[in-house]
Design a protein around this ligand. Structure first.
Ligand code: AMP
Ligand code: ZN
Length: 473
């Protein structure tokens, strides 16, 4: 399998650090609002890549953070007159709902920046001890960018060009009080608290971490000093990922990530969709009109590195394409129910074998830098093949094998074929949560009522040490 590495600007053969295992870190959203569909793009494309790695048999440790301390969160908290944690908790919950509706698998770990402050203080101290960072009189700690010889290796930027850029901004720098730095290229690792802001104690001042140090620390703690894949949107290449590399490699003394993957922008009228430009749709906006499976399918219709222009026409095309696949799957199930033949014929065996070519096509596309656009084409070809090679005269076994083949490929794409059953599962889980809440509130009558309701639906509950499990009776 080949993946395009932003570092080398080439497609490279993927060889994980450890046989059979993949460690992957994807920069997550800053949680001060509902996520927009631009934020959804990395979630969907890297979730699909993860699913493919798992399909190939890798054991994937997938970490994606929530940035839950940030100027924008604090600003929103002040506007609402609540604690910053109220805002971040609210939007983490909302983000998780959107992810579930887009069938994005939960990460192995979703760390929160505010829960990892001690690790950040430790890494900053290591950087100071090694001469890569310095505190200034007001307790701000800066990274000494020029000390890191490889700075710019990911974004392919040259320090002198960067400095020239900074010089032309120098008026602005003075205004923002950043003139205590040794060098305009230095960036913040820790900054002093301001009135009304959340803060933590540190050896330098009461304050909070800079954004870049969060990911270096969470990646180290939940994965390792050296990881296989680090990913995010292409806007993160510079400065965020460049700074992460400078921090992690200086502190840990080993290369940070072997492969760097970046998704292209989701655009609207050929302009990047972003909160600051105000040209965005939230995932919730889209959910009013479409099942979010359609949004997922729309995202996968393009290669993840290409810019993708959002439009009503493309969403309609995605909806129609998805319908074609789901209908073919539904037909197979109907035919299977209607079929009275049990044993598979030799002819069926041969036809089924012929359908393997679409699986090979799918795999070849995904092996080529996760080319989901071509993988989706292979699925369409399989659907066409199924539509012409399945009737109620066929055996149940044959129809079931075809269904499984389609299901397996769609599962890699995160496309759900049996919508009804999935919705039912979500309903059941919602009832179980409601029952747990009722029990917590000592409303045992309601809790028993829900248990009975579930029993009537054929669902049996079992209270275990890891929580409530359920199964169909
Ligand atoms: P943010 O909350 O802005 O830090 O963004 C979270 C993730 O969404 C990052 O990986 C960004 O690169 C990505 N992202 C933000 N806007 C877009 C966009 N319009 N298209 C693609 N990815 C985006
Ligand atoms: Zn990050």
């Amino acid at each position: 399998m080949k993946i395009y590495n932003t570092m080398s600007r080439q497609k490279e053969e993927f060889v994980p650090l450890q046989d059979g295992k993949v460690s992957m870190y994807v920069c997550g959203p800053t949680v001060y609002n509902l996520i927009h569909i631009g934020n959804a793009r990395p979630m969907i494309v890297f979730d699909t890549f993860r699913r493919y790695l798992e399909y190939k048999g890798y054991d994937v440790n997938y970490v994606s953070n929530f940035t839950d301390v940030d100027d924008k969160i604090i600003q929103k908290a002040n506007e609402e007159g609540v604690d910053a944690s109220v805002i971040s908790q609210r939007y983490i919950e909302e983000c998780k709902k959107d992810m579930a509706a887009m069938n994005v698998m939960p990460a192995t770990t979703h760390p929160l920046a505010t829960q990892e402050i001690q690790g950040m203080i430790d890494m900053i101290q290591t950087l100071i001890d090694k001469g890569y960072a310095y505190p200034t009189a007001d307790g701000t700690v800066y990274y000494r960018t020029r000390k890191f010889a490889d700075y710019g290796k990911l974004s392919h930027k040259n320090l002198d060009d960067l400095e020239a850029g900074h010089r032309s901004d120098s008026h602005q720098l003075k205004v923002s009080g950043e003139d205590t730095k040794e060098d305009p290229l230095d960036f913040v690792l820790w900054k002093p608290k301001k009135e009304g802001e959340p803060y933590w104690e540190s050896p330098w001042c009461d304050g909070r971490p800079g954004w870049h140090i969060e990911c270096s620390v969470m990646s180290k703690k939940y994965l390792a000093d050296e990881i296989d894949i680090h990913a995010g949107g292409e806007d993160l290449i510079f400065p965020h990922h460049e700074n992460e590399i400078a921090q992690s490699e200086a502190a840990n003394g080993v290369p940070f990530a072997k492969y760097w993957m970046h998704n292209g922008f989701l655009n609207i009228n050929n302009q990047k969709m972003s909160k600051s430009l105000g040209n965005f749709f939230t995932v919730r906006d889209i959910a009013e009109k479409y099942d979010l499976q359609v949004l997922r399918f729309f995202m996968l219709s393009a290669h993840y590195r290409s810019p993708l222009n959002f439009s009503a026409d493309l969403m309609e095309a995605a909806k129609n394409g998805l319908d074609r696949i789901v209908t073919a799957a539904g037909n197979l199930k109907h035919l299977e129910d209607a079929s009275t033949v049990t044993a598979m014929t030799d002819e069926e065996k041969a036809t089924f074998e012929a359908s393997e070519s679409y699986v090979k096509k799918f795999e070849a596309a995904m092996d080529d830098d996760a080319n989901t656009a071509d993988a989706v084409s292979a699925v369409f070809e399989l659907v066409k093949f199924i539509n012409t090679n399945a009737t109620s005269e066929n055996s149940k076994v044959y129809l079931d094998l075809l269904y499984d083949r389609l299901h397996t490929l769609c599962d890699v794409l995160g496309i759900i074929l049996t919508q009804k059953e999935e919705n039912l599962d979500a309903d059941i889980e919602a009832l179980i949560r409601e029952r747990q809440d009722a029990r917590k509130a000592k409303n045992f009558a309601r809790a028993d009522e829900i248990r009975d309701q579930l029993l009537q639906m054929g669902i049996v509950l079992e209270d275990t040490r890891e929580g409530v499990k359920w199964k169909r009776a």
